[in-house]
Design a protein around this ligand. Sequence first.
Ligand SMILES: Cc1cc2nc3c(=O)[nH]c(=O)nc-3n(C[C@H](O)[C@H](O)[C@H](O)COP(=O)(O)OP(=O)(O)OC[C@H]3O[C@@H](n4cnc5c(N)ncnc54)[C@H](O)[C@@H]3O)c2cc1C
Ligand SMILES: NC(=O)c1ccc[n+]([C@@H]2O[C@H](COP(=O)([O-])OP(=O)(O)OC[C@H]3O[C@@H](n4cnc5c(N)ncnc54)[C@H](OP(=O)(O)O)[C@@H]3O)[C@@H](O)[C@H]2O)c1
Length: 443
Amino acid sequence: MTKVAIIGTGPCGLSMLRAFEQAEKKGEKIPEVVCFEKQEDWGGLWNYSWRTGSDQYGDPVPNSMYRYLWSNGPKECLEFADYSFDEHFGKPIPSFPPREVLYDYIIGRVSGGNIKDKIKFNTRVTNVIYNSDKFEVSYQDKANDKISKDNFDYVVVSTGHFSVPFIPEYKGMDSFPGRIMHSHDFRDAEEFRDKNVIVLGSSYSAEDIALQCNKYGAKSVTIGYRHNPMGFKWPEGMKEVFYLDRLEGKKAIFKDKTEQEADVIILCTGYLHHFPFLDENLSLKTGNRLYPPKLYKGVLWQDNHKLIYLGMQDQFHTFNMFDCQAWYARDVIMGKIQIPNDSEIEKDISKWVSMEEKLENPDQMIDFQTEYTKELHEMSDYPKIDFELIRKHFKEWEHHKVEDISTYRNKAFSSPVTGSVAPVHHTPWASAMDDSMKTFLNK
Ligand SMILES: Cc1cc2nc3c(=O)[nH]c(=O)nc-3n(C[C@H](O)[C@H](O)[C@H](O)COP(=O)(O)OP(=O)(O)OC[C@H]3O[C@@H](n4cnc5c(N)ncnc54)[C@H](O)[C@@H]3O)c2cc1C
Ligand SMILES: NC(=O)c1ccc[n+]([C@@H]2O[C@H](COP(=O)([O-])OP(=O)(O)OC[C@H]3O[C@@H](n4cnc5c(N)ncnc54)[C@H](OP(=O)(O)O)[C@@H]3O)[C@@H](O)[C@H]2O)c1
């Protein structure tokens, strides 16, 4: 019997498990599946942890989520086609839920059946090599510090790529008298009340952590961008300036000559695709981009089609894109989709990579990833979902952010699955200090 290893139970690993479950429900014979998760529970990044650094077993903590994190895109854009928000919550809910609500939704879809029985928790995959047509997977039972090995026909890598921080160094850091940290270790903006905060970076973490610190009472927030400013109309107490030059004592000096007193530097400088458990010839090497090279249809490793990567792209689309990838991967594994020859594969990858390299603005990037997801969607029986509506929502959302970065989360969108329109949330995001599911849903 074909044997499949899935590594990680974040949204991607859970999409893969769900894809097999759905085929089984239709009476299809599915392969033997073993899933490995190094944390003690499922949900990946959405399973919040207070821990930073390493866990009680000395293993690096993968979690980068923090308290008070709200969805940064409309929930309608990530909705599962086979499990709507209306079905999970029993009523339409607002478009920008906090983390706990999204976690509840992700877990709700996989909780009913026997998916959990297939997962070995607290189990870290330490090594994967390919030998005589099989993958040899070594894994560590963390609690008992015991290493075991098993052979598989396919390996699905769904370990995420926002867990291992990229940490640059700036002059003066070694003598800065305050705190220097990466967004990976940020947990609670309350910590920076009345502090002068410097945020370095110009992407989603920089935007959100800077806004959070401002919302929860930082004295000042200064964002230092490297290439392009985000350029939003920042609320009072925030500014965006060009590139940190150096730190001199407590002073941050930027290349545009801005000088700012600093208590803390938060490096929102992105993450590394990092697969220490994979043999060199199996390991994806890429930056955070919309079409990582060497992945056919964004998922199959070009040099070995039995190795599958899920969710390795930079992401506008998330949960339903991961589903389309998982459903496609499932059908490849089950022999329902035939893979073309090597030159067709090379041509297809080159086509997408060169299209990606020509993208100039967020609208074009949204179009690119929507087209990619639609193409995958048509290749499997993943249920109907309106990707044209999602494309439209993403573009409106981008424009809402440009209009006002403090109010875009107060807008409401319609579902691409059920058509229902979200209610406007009872409290504007800028004054909603309590992010609990109870308060979000029940008021
Ligand atoms: C701070 C932050 C906020 C975000 N907010 C949003 C948002 O609002 N909306 C949105 O759509 N997306 C958001 N994202 C994007 C996020 O990437 C996806 O939502 C999603 O979590 C990706 O799922 P994943 O399964 O690929 O990875 P992850 O969620 O990272 O899950 C990977 C899993 O693999 C496990 N693992 C890793 N290595 C091993 C190993 N060697 N052995 C066994 N298990 C292993 C980890 O423990 C983890 O459980 C956010 C990302 C970050 C960092
Ligand atoms: N729900 C939410 O609100 C929320 C919050 C946070 C994060 N997220 C998610 O988390 C994921 C990761 O986002 P991310 O922002 O951490 O990573 P990212 O999108 O990969 O961005 C990395 C940033 O680091 C900057 N950078 C790299 N090296 C630098 C240096 N030496 N000096 C200054 N800047 C440097 C890059 O700037 P250049 O452009 O100059 O290279 C870029 O702006 C995304 O999927 C996002 O959606 C969501």
